[in-house]
Write a protein that binds this ligand. Structure first.
Ligand code: HDE
Length: 707
């Protein structure tokens, strides 16, 4: 273990017989001794020198016989495994699922049989298009994959944060993903759909229109993994002990409420902290603020499926909650971060085919294709059929089978029986099937001619897109129009821009015209040809809005307080306390990371230096200064950005009288609204934090936009 000279830890650790070696830049270097393990090779041989390779002479060439060096570099050279072809960038955490009530009426799945039953889970959130090293707040769908380690095997809900998908048939998935990812000749753009190929494909794929509306909403720029919903997307099937089948759609509802960021904020966040989402989840769990989601089920039968306006096997459609209410059946709590990112988050392998008795598929053609893909892809990624031997993928319940050998096999038969039937008797003969307990597929009758079909019941591509749009608040409608305008402005080919507007005309006239105006199209194109020409006007659904489903308080959110030397300590303390009492996190931002000295000599340590702590990192901000201290901030452009951005992003802003020069200098003082709150005395802090529960001052938005 290398340590810096003078480190406090050094005093606490018994370093035994210490020696100082040369070759590490003069750092104090520790060798093995009492309480410290001896470094070895992977073969276990002790290593004498890990600083210098074996050479012929002090300035001579390195010798091939240096096995320690050779092994070290060999292993390093092969550290990377192929990243996921989609959902490459992700972040995982452990937790548990707790059932609220027995669900034996609809399923025999063991995890749902007992009230209070807890099942261990592992969750991985992800973006879809970006590579492993891309930024967290890219405009993208988020993966929401949950592995339940049940007593009857692993069950995965491999879902997204959006309840519909782009395509209806899995055969189009490679095309969709090719179009969304970097263009093949140039290798960019990274983690963005704002380019020709993507919108070319979408504009030629009318079934994608509902999803296009969803992805242009703020759902694709969530503020945190903690504040987004999850959906199983497809219709699945539950089967009870009597063999009765019930259709189901899975929902995850965050107890923290929904929240997204603004697009301009996302652009800046990706520069300020490309790890914004993973850091947020890590910090929340480490601080004991465990995020929770309730599992909901929309349950329905064949009769409902027959009379519903859309085909329940079509993954581009939702079933509105007003039509089939969501039954809340349990909660999931994430309470443990990973010990090792690679071993857990990178190597976890989800699969829609991982089912347990009592849960089954439907014939959704997207789901059917996924059932093939997820097992197949693990071979490229994890390199062996034995990926279930990795601890994160292994069932927690006993498992017995006759699969054997292959790369990296850790569980190997130790008796003669590696097949069945066999006559080796109960002790060594191995496991046998169990017709009662074992998984049985629902015996759905199928008798139909083979063919490459697209059912007519899949052909209404616009009604639900319109329903989604009309269910949004005015603020969210504006954001959707802005997002289309932004993305299509990055598309170089005019015909593609026009083709998308032609589709939007089938969704909503105002939306299409706003986007056309934003793009400055010379003429409005003709509406796109529709497979089903009549678009229905469906009832709107409040559940489809983010703003209408926000949190009840500022809990779990983050307040950034910009402070200067000489600041009134009573005010700072009161604001910090008010935020923390509400369950929010507080960070101090200061001209220097060492911190500031408050009015009474108290030292306030900063979490961020002002140029590394822009206001986009926070849900609300405060500027608390002294008359002298503010003079430094007034000169500092990043301090001006701090307040300008907070205002432009419609955030609640608190300030004390002494901080006013910064708001005057930036011109914001003249535009102050109800969301800008003066803190004259300590008790004002509480009122400010209470106001922050609304998260944004949306009325301000029209004042900070050109049109
Ligand atoms: Fe996936 N998807 N997908 N997908 N998907 C993968 O599996 C695929 C789809 C989703 O955190 C891959 O292990 C096909 C819908 C998540 O490890 C791959 C189709 C939904 C994750 C794959 C879809 C998802 C994946 C890549 C069209 C939401 C990340 C690496 C039929 C319901 C899981 C891997 C994690 C990952 C295939 C469509 C969700 C290639 C063929 C719809 C959350 O198997």
């Amino acid at each position: 273990m290398a340590m810096e000279k003078g480190s406090d830890d050094l005093k606490k650790i018994d370093i035994g017989d210490q020696k100082v070696l040369r070759g590490t830049g003069g750092e104090l270097h520790q060798t093995s001794g009492k309480g410290v393990e001896t470094l070895t090779t992977a073969q276990g041989a002790p290593v004498s020198d890990d600083q210098n390779s074996l050479k012929a002479g002090a300035r001579g060439p390195t010798l091939l016989e240096d096995q320690h060096f050779r092994e070290k570099i060999f292993h390093f050279d092969h550290e990377r495994i192929p990243e996921r072809v989609v959902h490459a960038r992700g972040f995982g955490a452990h937790g548990y699922f707790e059932a609220y009530e027995p669900l034996s009426d609809v399923t025999r799945a063991d995890l749902f049989q007992r009230k209070g039953e807890k099942t261990e889970v592992f969750v991985r959130f992800s973006t879809v298009a970006g590579n492993k090293g891309s930024a967290d707040v890219a405009r993208d769908v988020r993966g929401f994959a949950v592995k339940f380690y049940t007593k009857e095997g692993n069950w995965d809900i491999v879902g997204n944060n959006i309840p519909v998908f782009f395509i209806q048939d899995a055969i189009k998935f490679p095309d969709l993903i090719h179009a969304a990812k970097q263009e093949p000749d140039r290798g960019f753009p990274q983690a963005q759909t704002a380019h020709d190929n993507f919108w070319d494909f979408i504009s030629l794929t009318p079934e994608a229109m509902n999803m296009a509306l969803w992805i242009m909403s703020d759902r694709t720029i969530p503020r945190s993994f903690r504040f987004m919903e999850g959906f199983g997307v497809h219709t699945f099937r539950l089967v009870n002990a009597k063999g009765k089948s019930t259709f189901v759609k899975f929902h995850w509802k965050p107890k923290q409420g929904l929240q997204s960021v603004m697009w301009n904020e996302a652009l800046k966040l990706n520069g300020a902290d490309p790890d914004f989402h993973r850091r947020d989840l890590w910090n929340a769990i480490q601080a004991g603020d465990y995020p929770e989601w309730e599992l909901g089920m929309q349950l329905f039968d064949e009769d409902f499926a027959d009379k519903f306006d859309f085909d329940v096997l079509d993954a581009t459609k939702i079933i509105p909650e007003e039509e089939v209410p969501v039954r809340i059946v349990g909660k999931m709590v994430l309470n443990r971060v990973v010990d090792n990112f690679f071993a857990e988050t990178e190597q976890v392998a989800f699969h829609t085919g991982n089912l347990v008795p009592g849960i089954d598929f439907t014939n959704d053609p997207l789901l059917q294709g996924r059932n093939f893909s997820y097992l197949d892809t693990q071979l490229s990624r994890l390199g062996s059929t034995n990926f279930t031997h990795l601890p994160v993928n292994a069932p927690r319940c006993p498992f017995h089978h006759f699969q054997q050998d292959g790369h990296m096999a850790f569980h190997n038969p130790t008796t003669r029986a590696n097949y069945e039937p066999n006559s080796w008797g109960p002790d060594i003969g191995g496991p046998r099937e169990d017709p009662d307990k074992g998984f049985t597929s629902y015996p759905e009758e199928i008798d139909a001619p083979k063919g490459r079909y697209r059912s007519d019941t899949f052909s209404d591509h616009y009604s639900q897109a319109r329903q989604f749009y009309l269910s949004q608040t005015d603020t969210e409608k504006d954001h959707i129009a802005d997002a289309f305008t932004f993305e299509l402005s990055k598309v170089e080919t005019l015909a593609i821009r026009e083709r998308m507007v032609a589709h939007l005309l089938n969704v909503d006239d105002d939306l299409a015209k706003t986007v056309a105006k934003g793009l400055r199209l010379k003429a409005i194109p003709k509406p796109a040809n529709a497979a089903m020409p009549t678009r229905q006007d469906l009832e709107t659904s409040a559940k489809l809005s983010i703003i209408l489903n926000g949190p009840e308080s500022f809990k779990g959110r983050k307040l950034g307080i910009l402070v200067t030397d000489g600041v009134d300590i009573a005010l700072v303390t009161a604001l910090k306390k008010a935020a923390e009492d509400e369950g929010a996190m507080v960070e101090f931002v200061a001209p220097m990371v060492g911190g500031v000295e408050a009015s009474d000599g108290t030292w306030i340590e900063a979490d961020q230096k002002i140029n590394g702590g822009p206001s986009v990192l926070y849900d609300a901000v405060a500027v608390l200064a002294s008359a002298d201290g503010i003079k430094t901030l007034v000169k500092e452009s990043t301090a001006k950005d701090f307040v300008n951005d907070a205002f432009a992003h419609c955030k609640f802003i608190a300030y004390n009288e002494a901080a006013m020069p910064l708001f005057e200098k930036t011109g914001l003082a003249a535009d102050f609204d109800d969301g800008c709150m003066a803190l004259a005395e300590a008790r004002d802090a509480k009122a400010f934090i209470a106001a922050c529960a609304k998260l944004r001052v949306w009325d301000r938005e029209e004042n900070v936009k050109a049109a």
